[in-house]
Design a binder for this molecule. Structure first.
Ligand code: PLP
Length: 638
């Protein structure tokens, strides 16, 4: 456990049990010994061909632990409750989960269910995400917030207004100034009074990888000048009372509470100014950024580590907001956060199998010293000169010269081989000889390649895409000291399909020998787990924010009125298509929302829909509009 720093990154959810296996502690510190779950036992159980009437699953396997999700949510809520109480803050905390972090149906449904006692809501950043959030929140706490972030077109805004009509506590958070014109126009057309928020572009900048969208030049949010223009537009439209929320997000993995306090103070100042300007402000939404200590160092000195826990995070926010509001005599706002990574990272573990290992030091063993001598004596004259230099430097005990001559001998023999002057056996003999020297002088590379049965691009895309590291640990045999070091190579035929960077700046991982069949009681199998990957990993493999793939056309040159003809066209996925990927059933979702329409829209039966635009009053109109989102609405913002 110490070798892999499990206590650092894994506490309080993972530890090593008396059998030497990693066990999960589903209720964190409240877990009793008999409640611990041995990960190896899960693997053995579900991969048994006889399990569940012949369902026997193959690896790789994602093990989800909903109890861990529940514990994370409750811990976050308690941290804020405690900070609020200890600081005599006069409003409550009410979080939302950003579904982009992991849109899996069961994850989102669990979060809504577990968070219902404390009004936990959802955040969406695209139309399909909004559809799924609406659907899930129909079964949630009626007070839960539904925060609509992301770039918005007419359809996105209409859908958010429908959500409001269905009595979901929907807030349209403006990310671009132009969105306010659409919101004013559409809300009038649809006769819905919206609740509007603004994402502020703060000057506070987070300098890590995930902070590149923060600061004055950040990609998202409105500048102070733009926020002032939004206030004016809402005022002119008689809708300033609709402006109720201020949002900011300074980036994921905020490294320190000092930076967080800085951001929260700046945002609280803007919040107080908006109150002064007449907006009916209620909520300050501090975005995501609550970090995970992937390397267990608690140092906060890289993207892999944060120097605080949930309690310190909550306290920093509450203190900063309270201080600013008290000075300006402004009523304390409800504090909302959009923590994703911190809620879902721990709850899922990717387990895969190392099937074999290979080492570059496989040469020596396959040749006897007699054979080696025989082939070496038949080298070309040039190579024999290098060989003589090598043996002389060995006799003189000159280590450095010896390694140099070994390299030279190797290179000259490769050149000779390419010329066709020496045979394969001679080349193999030289490799074996040099390896012997490398080993003798401690210069051999003992790192092996362990072949693992997964595709890195599908299962750990963050590693490949942005160099994100996760703790990777054998889930068993931790009572034995690993005798080798290895890198992991996946099964794809792509040279990038390997993991050769690990937590702690290591370029290889301590690993055990893969035992022969039957040894160790595990049938010679060697299982590894990748931990803390419950956030972003599963969604990044091509469907970030549920923006599916593009449409495709085949275009050939032709001599008609255009210089080309389109010979084939395949449309990109609809919202329904991408939702299906995340295990939702669009038909059922539509039924749920239709019931909600029947429940909440019946008073408007007689409203006018004669001009066929987005004016929505009758049950049929709203239901038809919703149906179009599932079936033919393209996923992209127009
Ligand atoms: N809110 C917004 C607007 C985001 O862009 C993100 C992701 O970066 C989050 C919330 C979630 O952040 P985290 O996973 O760091 O909590």
């Amino acid at each position: 456990a110490a070798l892999y720093k499990i206590d650092g990154w894994g506490a309080p959810y993972f530890s090593v049990n008396s059998s030497g296996n990693v066990s999960a502690r589903p209720y964190g510190t409240d877990t009793l010994p008999h409640q611990e779950i041995d990960l190896l036992k899960i693997v053995k159980r579900v991969s048994d061909p006889k399990w569940a009437g012949g369902l026997g699953l193959q690896l790789p396997l994602i093990v989800r632990l909903p109890d861990v999700l529940k514990n994370r949510l409750e811990s976050l809520q308690s941290a804020f409750d405690f900070a609020i109480q200890s600081q005599a803050y006069e409003a409550h905390y009410q979080g939302v989960y950003p579904v982009k972090c992991n849109q899996d149906r069961f994850v989102v449904e669990d979060i809504v269910r577990f968070g219902s006692p404390f009004r936990f809501g959802l955040e969406a950043g695209s139309k399909p995400e909004l559809l799924l959030a609406m659907n899930c929140l129909c079964k949630g706490n009626p007070e839960a917030l539904l925060i609509c972030n992301g770039f918005k077109d007419v359809e996105y805004i209409s859908l958010a207004l429908i959500a409001r009509k269905l009595s979901l506590k929907t807030v349209i958070v403006l990310e671009q100034e132009e969105e306010i014109d659409l919101v004013i126009e559409m809300s009038k057309k649809m006769s819905v009074r919206p609740v509007v928020g603004v994402r502020a572009k703060l000057r506070t900048k987070h300098s890590g990888h995930f902070g590149s969208t923060s600061g004055e030049k950040g990609k998202f949010g409105l500048t102070t000048t733009q926020i002032l223009r939004v206030v004016k537009k809402l005022e002119q439209a008689g809708m300033l009372d609709c402006f109720q929320l201020l949002h900011f997000h300074i980036g994921s993995q905020i490294p320190s509470t000092a930076l967080l306090s800085d951001g929260a103070s700046e945002a609280a100042q803007i919040y107080c100014e908006l109150v002064r300007l007449g907006a009916r402000m209620q909520v300050i939404d501090i975005g995501g950024g609550l970090g995970i200590d992937y390397d267990g160092s608690k140092s906060g000195d890289s993207d892999l580590s944060v120097a605080y826990g949930l309690e310190e995070y909550a306290l920093a926010v509450v203190q900063a907001v309270k201080f600013v509001c008290d000075r300006k005599n402004v009523k304390h706002p409800v504090i909302c956060s959009e923590s994703g990574r911190a809620i879902v990272s721990h709850h899922s573990i990717l387990i895969f199998e190392a099937m074999s290992s290979s080492s570059t030091s496989a040469n020596a063993a396959s040749m006897t010293s007699y054979e080696m001598q025989y082939y070496l004596s038949r080298l070309t004259e040039d190579a024999r000169a290098d060989y003589r230099n090598l043996t002389a430097s060995v006799i003189r005990g000159e280590h450095e010269a010896c390694l140099l001559y070994a390299d030279q001998l190797k290179q000259s023999c490769v050149d000779q081989f390419k010329e066709g002057n020496i045979g394969m056996e001679q080349l193999a003999a030289v490799d074996a000889l040099c390896e012997l020297f490398y080993k003798t002088f401690g210069a051999s590379d003992p790192v092996r390649t362990y072949h693992v049965n997964l595709s890195l691009f599908t299962s750990i895309p963050d590693f490949w895409g942005i160099g994100q590291l996760f703790p990777i640990v054998p889930i068993h045999r931790l009572d034995q000291r690993p005798s080798a070091r290895g890198i992991l190579s996946d099964l794809t035929c792509d040279s990038d399909g390997k993991i050769d960077k690990f937590i702690g700046g290591e370029s290889s991982l301590p690993l055990h020998e893969i035992e022969g069949g039957g040894a160790g009681g595990n049938g010679g199998k060697y299982y590894l787990g990748m931990f803390l990957g419950g956030a972003y990993e599963e969604a990044l493999g091509g469907i970030h924010n549920l923006f599916g793939g593009p449409s495709v056309v085949r275009v050939s040159q032709s001599d008609g009125p255009y210089s080309f003809s389109v010979t084939q066209a395949v449309s990109g996925p609809s919202c329904g298509d991408v939702l299906r990927v995340m295990q939702y059933e669009p038909e059922l979702m539509f039924e749920t929302l239709k019931h909600r329409v029947e429940e909440y829209c019946h008073h408007d039966e007689d409203s006018d829909d004669s001009d066929g635009d987005h004016r929505m009053g009758s049950i049929a109109t709203v239901a038809n509009c919703l149906a179009s989102y599932f079936h033919n609405m393209p996923y992209l913002v127009a």
